[in-house]
Design a protein around this ligand. Structure first.
Ligand code: C2O
Ligand code: CU
Ligand code: CU
Length: 461
């Protein structure tokens, strides 16, 4: 367990202002930009002196491309499935139309091998997001199908450089080849960790950055399992946004607890002296691990963190807490029952977990009943009750929610799409049901998601 103390938990508990904007966001009329993702099998070198076979990627060469969209601009993504199996692409954190959300059977049919699919949407929010399959999810993500997605603010926020960091582990043996993607006994507990930590598919890479410059690091924890504690060492650095939503006030980039699916935007001031090094460090029980180094290069640009203006808040509607209905969601063990059934999108063959005593039956055509049905435009308080001794990063598609309170700790009023529920924690979160459709709702420890801890919420039109 992480055993977070109040002080350690990121973002402090002093902020009382949530990151909400006053008004809506006007979409521009510009021509749509078209992106292409060619889902491919490939071999790629991760460990020295060996090539990992049987990887999967969103292009023919690794690492996965960083997608860059612009807030309020129409975007088209053509996905070609060059794998030998079905897939589907989900845009984690984007509040877009349900039909574009990329969840098999719930929002679209899986894209079969050799087929293509066009996604089209206008991202309403700026920030750091990511994209991944939602079909045979554990195996496809384990093999590499995970990319960072950036939605740029309409106005340049004033950094010298922007550096996305795709943070994930692979499960490789000493020969650099994949080993079993998970162990069932771990899936029934906190999940199976990888064996090789990577940043942008590289082990302990070094980036040369202009001395004294301001760099926007976009940390995306895309790992399938690891809840980690991260920090920037050796330089001044501040967290300016979490899960794509700007913080009312920046906080030091220390003790950043991030769970699978979460992102942190960090403003880094590169050391002034040429050759000086800053690091992103993962703090583990077994000791610290350097994930990536940033080396100062050249003469100091002489920038200072104080020069940065706060990022503009995203247009998330503020919940009306006085008129909110409270609904409880209980995350627990699986009741006795059948294991999930297989489909085009596979199954792990076990059922260990449940939401409201129901284990998700698998990625099947359905139709299935939603866990709850919301009225369009109304505010709801979701009481998330974790009855288990394990932590669960709970993720909701299509709508952002605000953290309200916990029975275990003080929590800041973050706006997010993924909330870490600690062991036996109950957390209240609030949302405005402003995006109609059937929205997947699941734990982002993928082994948990695929062994029952999943369902969906319906927002009526
Ligand atoms: Cu990253 Cu169903 O989501
Ligand atoms: Cu998602
Ligand atoms: Cu979980």
């Amino acid at each position: 367990m992480l055993g977070l103390s109040r002080r350690e938990f990121l973002l402090g508990s002093t902020g009382t202002m949530a990151a909400f904007a006053a008004g809506g966001f006007a979409a521009s009329q510009a021509e749509a930009v078209t992106h292409k993702l060619a889902m491919s099998n490939l071999d790629h070198q991760i460990l020295p002196d060996t090539v990992t076979k049987g990887m999967m990627n969103f292009s023919q060469v690794g690492p996965p491309p960083v997608l860059r969209f612009t807030q309020g601009e129409k975007t088209v993504i053509d996905v070609e499935n060059g794998l030998d199996e079905a897939s589907v692409v989900h845009w984690h954190g984007l509040r877009i139309a349900n039909a574009m959300d990329g969840v098999p059977f719930l929002t679209q049919y899986p894209i079969e091998a050799g087929q293509s699919y066009r996604y089209e949407f206008t991202p309403p929010d700026a920030g750091t997001f990511w994209y991944h399959p939602h079909c045979n999810t554990l195996e496809q993500m384990a093999r590499g199908l995970i990319g960072v997605l950036v939605v740029e603010e309409a106005e340049d926020p004033g950094f010298d450089q922007d550096l996305p960091l795709n943070i994930r582990d692979f499960r490789l043996g000493g020969d650099g080849q994949f080993i079993n993607f998970y162990k069932p006994r771990n899936a029934a507990r906190s999940g199976t960790l990888g064996t090789v930590s990577t940043i942008n598919w590289q082990v302990e890479p070094t980036y040369e950055l202009e001395a004294g410059s301001l760099v926007r690091l976009r940390l995306a924890v895309t790992d399938m399992t690891r809840v980690g504690r991260y920090e920037i060492a050796g330089a001044e650095a501040q967290v300016i946004a979490i899960d794509s939503n700007p913080l009312p006030r920046p906080i030091p980039a220390k003790d950043m607890v991030l769970s699978p699916g979460q992102r942190a935007d960090v403003a880094l001031r590169v050391p002034v002296q040429e050759g000086d090094v800053a690091e992103l460090v993962l703090r583990r029980k077994v000791g610290a691990k350097i994930l990536v180094r940033f080396v100062a290069k050249g003469q100091s640009a002489g920038r200072r963190l104080e020069e940065l203006k706060p990022l503009p808040p995203n247009p998330v509607t503020r919940p009306d807490l006085n008129n909110a209905e409270v609904l409880e969601f209980v995350f627990g063990w699986s009741p006795e029952g059948d294991a999930p059934q297989s489909s085009l999108c596979g199954t792990l063959g076990y059922s260990f977990w449940s939401i409201n005593r129901t284990a998700w039956p698998g990625d099947l055509p359905g139709p299935f009943d939603p866990l709850a049905t919301f009225k369009l435009g109304k505010t709801y308080i979701l009481r998330l009750r974790n009855e288990t001794p394990n932590a669960h990063p709970i993720h909701l598609h299509g709508v952002s929610f605000q953290l309200l309170r916990s029975n275990k700790r003080n929590i800041p009023p973050l706006v997010t799409d993924t909330a870490l529920l600690l062991s036996e924690e109950t957390m209240d979160v609030a949302l405005v049901a402003d995006n109609p459709g059937d929205w997947a709702f699941h734990c982002h420890v993928i082994e948990h998601q695929k062994t029952g801890l999943a369902g969906f919420l319906r927002i009526e039109d």
